[in-house]
Design a protein around this ligand. Structure first.
Ligand code: ZN
Length: 109
């Protein structure tokens, strides 16, 4: 069985989220680097990047899942911060209640 490098997770929490997504689609996952935190001792596990490997024949399917995952990440970032004006399509900072460009209220849909 050949494994291929799919993704480099920033930490063990992210690695497990992605592993969960892949396993749900019956993709075999191999996490590499997770054990290092124990060997190094003391340092929190989340400072280590973790390699996510998948079986070569499932690589393309897994890549699609990663793309979906990254899309979700990006949309969540927008939700947490900026908001898009329904009138003029401008992005406004979180702290603004009215659009800086056209003065429309954030709440109007
Ligand atoms: Zn506007």
């Amino acid at each position: 069985m050949k494994f291929k490098n799919l993704y480099l997770a920033a930490n063990s929490a992210e690695a497990h989220i992605i592993q969960g997504l892949l396993v749900r689609e019956s993709i075999k996952v191999n996490l590499v680097g997770e054990g290092l935190s124990i060997a190094a001792g003391g340092l929190p596990a989340d400072v280590y990047q973790i390699k996510i490997l998948v079986e070569e024949k499932q690589y393309n399917k897994a890549l699609d899942i990663i793309k979906e995952y990254e899309k979700i990440l990006k949309s969540e970032n927008i939700d947490q911060g900026e908001w898009r004006c329904m009138h003029c399509d401008n992005l406004n900072p979180k702290t603004f209640d009215i659009c800086w460009s056209c003065n429309s209220s954030k709440k109007i849909l």
